[in-house]
Design a protein around this ligand. Structure first.
Ligand SMILES: [Zn+2]
Length: 135
């Protein structure tokens, strides 16, 4: 059965799509990366909402199938799933909250997947999301 190297968890915001594509290519390309790209996955994983269980079930399923050894969790500025930037008291406060969600989501997955050794969390600012790689 096929094995992958990386689980990549990111948001389905279309503005983030070029960044997601570049990052997955950098992580080894489509054959090495298992993507979970859904609306606001990091705040969802950090929450106690019942739907968290869907995401954690997919994560465990993908690990069982493909045995990745690295998990990359991505959250981004102005995420509509949590009400966008206007929900926060400025960009610094927004980044702080997203980084805390990333920490909590990562801790939850570490507990769930003790066999996985490498966890990386990334906060993507709007400027990086909107950067055109052709420039
Ligand atoms: Zn988003």
């Amino acid at each position: 059965m096929h094995k992958s190297k990386v689980l990549f968890i990111s948001c389905s915001d279309p503005r983030l799509r070029p960044w997601n594509e570049r990052k997955m290519a950098e992580l080894g390309g489509p054959r090495e990366v298992d993507p979970i790209i859904i609306p606001g996955p990091i705040p969802l994983l950090a929450s106690r909402d019942f739907s968290t269980k869907f995401v954690t079930a997919w994560v465990v399923k993908l690990w069982t199938l493909h045995g990745f050894t690295r998990v990359v969790l991505t959250s981004h500025e102005d995420c509509g799933a949590v009400g966008g930037s206007e929900k926060f008291n400025g960009p610094k406060a927004e980044e702080t909250v997203h980084r805390e969600w990333l920490r909590q989501a990562s801790a939850k997955l570490r507990k769930l997947l003790p066999q996985v050794t490498e966890f990386e969390t990334i906060y993507v600012p709007l400027s990086e999301m909107m950067a055109d790689p052709q420039d």
